[in-house]
Design a binder for this molecule. Structure first.
Ligand code: SF4
Length: 286
């Protein structure tokens, strides 16, 4: 038995079993990354798809994902690899790709406009050891690294990765504890602490998916954007006002089919609300 402290769940993992995220196990009394190098998805994506609007615009980034997640968003777009019966079967079906191999692949695509590697699709921080080993090599090869994350990880994990990550898109999925705890099975405070530190480390953009009836009020967007606007980088050079926020539209998916897609007009309205506090607000899926 061993305790994992990567996220707020602090899973006590029995020998040979998996933690809640399905990506971490206990071998010989120690927590290990069970999905190390198990790349289930690989694509050369436009950087805007991460989404990152203000980090090397117009470039491509080799995007890699594994399996497992420490949240349970019922509308997950990537449930086949994050949390579902299909996801749990991927462990046996997927061959491992070493950090060296992934770095070589990224370098190969450089002449096609690739700037580096993005760790994305599933939650990369439940397998942060692979991210760390690969990001080090990618940086040594003179390329960039991007992390697309739900921000549900301890600050000690973030500090380990800090020297090797150039940009992050972090979900700030809403701004109430009710939504984070009841719907996503997450912890809002852990995400807020993660974001507050990440903006001192690298380029950060945030994403909020607006789900009808859950996090779609004007008041919530005022609170969320005001909090972001109050953040500052360590040097004090970047203020929260300059942190890009992507507000995107929900579509019924996976286990949340009981409501319609978010009205486009509401997304535009909430973007206007956020623009009172933030300089760069983008709308997505509209
Ligand atoms: S990262 Fe996974 S195993 Fe570790 S505490 Fe979180 S859910 Fe549990």
């Amino acid at each position: 038995m061993a305790r994992c402290d990567v996220c707020f769940r602090h899973c006590e993992i029995a020998e040979g079993k998996l933690g809640f995220c399905g990506a971490r196990s206990c071998i010989s009394g120690k927590v290990v990354q069970a999905n190390y190098g198990k790349i289930t998805s690989l694509a050369l994506d436009p950087i805007e798809k991460k989404p990152l609007a203000r980090f090397h615009p117009g470039s491509l980034v080799l995007s890699a994902g594994s399996y497992g997640c420490n949240l349970r968003c019922p509308f997950c777009q990537n449930y086949e690899i994050s949390w579902s019966e299909e996801a749990w079967k991927l462990a046996d079906k997927t061959d491992a790709v070493s950090p060296e191999e992934l770095t070589q692949t990224a370098a190969y695509y450089r002449e096609k406009g690739n700037i580096g590697v993005a760790f994305t699709y599933n939650e990369p921080l439940v397998g942060y050891e692979y991210v760390l080993d690969t990001a080090r090599l990618v940086k040594q090869a003179g390329m960039d690294t991007v992390l697309v994350t739900n921000g549900t990880a301890s600050l000690s994990v973030l500090e380990k990765l800090a020297p090797y990550i150039d940009a992050m898109n972090i979900d700030l999925k809403g701004f109430t504890d009710r939504y984070y705890e009841k719907v996503l099975k997450g912890d809002r405070k852990m995400v807020m602490d993660f974001i507050a530190r990440a903006v001192q480390i690298c380029h950060v953009e945030l994403t909020t998916l607006i789900v009808p009836g859950e996090n779609d009020s004007e008041e919530e967007m005022v609170s969320l954007s005001s909090w972001v606007a109050g953040l500052t980088s360590e040097s004090g050079k970047t203020t929260g006002y300059e942190i890009p926020l992507h507000i995107s539209r929900f579509f019924p998916r996976f286990m949340m089919q009981d409501r319609k897609a978010t009205e486009v007009g509401l997304i535009y309205h909430l973007a206007e609300v956020a623009r009172k506090k933030l300089k760069y607000v983008y709308t997505g899926n509209c």
